[in-house]
Ligand binder design. Structure first.
Ligand code: C2E
Ligand code: CA
Ligand code: CA
Ligand code: CA
Length: 278
């Protein structure tokens, strides 16, 4: 088939056609879900490696599709991004997570809440205003809110990105870099950006403590972070061998199925209480 021209869609194979229709359906379902507020948040505990007390929660977005059941954020977030819905959805996530954090702090559950921010949200031009509004509306202590950025945010417009990061810092927020080591700009990122925390990607945790390559990378990241005065969170920790290795290496915080899967707000509180009475 000849490509180009206004009839391009016709030349897609039936497979591609199906995928395209599927995507469009998902997109319109997402629009409806935004209007109906049928998203909710899950919270995965982050534990102090040494004391094993819960010190934080990562906020993870959840969506139960009316017919299909739960859809993974790894599937629907890219669709929300490319259809221009992520700014609004991201605002909802940030506000709802701040509200939850404020409520926990009020009840004596003193955790820091981490919130994922997508590059579309970050680069929208409206990001700082949106964050200000969430902080003002919920009254949350910004020092207990951590913004999780991915390396994909940094590749272009480095100067204007650094300005935005400094504005976030001046609002009192903490900054974390997610999936560290998987992007293209890791070292530039930690050199030039005002970060408080690095999250080591699960890909490097998986091979601990047996695989030499992972051991070398993880210990190098830990050393660099210490020199730069940043905290390190290991994500995707699934077993006791990984956990013990990370404690021995002086990693600060642990997140992963070894301690807990993402939980509802209610179950998260129960988990915190159980941990602090151990
Ligand atoms: P992420 O930010 O790297 O989040 C960690 C993911 O790893 C979560 O998947 C979590 O459930 C999973 N995980 C945690 N511990 C373990 C473990 O021990 N083993 C394994 N196999 N997995 C573990 P989830 O919730 O499916 O989220 C997938 C991705 O979707 C996130 O990756 C993040 O990139 C994105 N995402 C989720 N919520 C949001 C959000 O509110 N905003 C944005 N922009 N992205 C989000
Ligand atoms: Ca944290
Ligand atoms: Ca994250
Ligand atoms: Ca991650």
């Amino acid at each position: 088939a000849r490509l180009g021209g206004p009839y391009q869609v016709q030349f897609f194979s039936s497979d591609e056609n199906l995928r395209l229709r599927e995507r469009m359906r998902l997109e319109s379902d997402l629009r409806r879900a935004l209007a109906d507020e049928s998203f909710y948040l899950a919270f995965q505990p982050q534990l102090d490696a040494r004391t094993r007390k819960v010190v934080g929660a990562e906020t993870l977005l959840r969506w139960t599709h009316p017919e299909r059941g739960p859809v993974s954020p790894a599937v629907f977030i890219p669709v929300a991004e490319s259809s221009g819905l992520m700014e609004e959805l991201g605002h909802w996530v940030f506000k709802t997570a701040c509200r939850q954090a404020a409520q926990w702090h009020h009840n004596g559950t003193d955790v820091s809440v981490s919130i994922n921010v997508s590059s579309q949200q970050f680069n929208s031009g409206n990001f700082i205003a949106s964050i200000r509004e969430c902080l003002a509306e919920t009254g949350v202590n910004p020092a207990r809110v951590m913004v999780e950025l991915t390396e994909s945010i940094a590749v272009s417009n480095v100067d204007s990105n650094i300005r935005i990061l400094h504005e976030l810092k001046s609002l009192g927020l903490e900054l974390s870099v997610d999936d560290f080591g998987t992007g293209y700009s890791s070292l530039r990122y930690i050199k030039d950006f005002p970060l408080d925390e690095i999250k080591i990607d699960k890909a490097f945790i998986d091979g601990l403590p047996a695989q030499k390559g992972d051991v070398a990378i993880v210990s190098a990241i830990l050393m660099m972070a210490r020199r730069l005065g940043m905290k390190v969170v290991a994500e995707g920790v699934e077993n006791v061998d990984q956990y013990e290795y990370l404690v021995q290496q002086d990693c600060d915080e642990i997140q992963g199925y070894f301690f807990s899967r993402p939980l509802s707000a209610e179950d998260f509180e129960a988990f915190c209480n159980q941990c602090s009475s151990r």
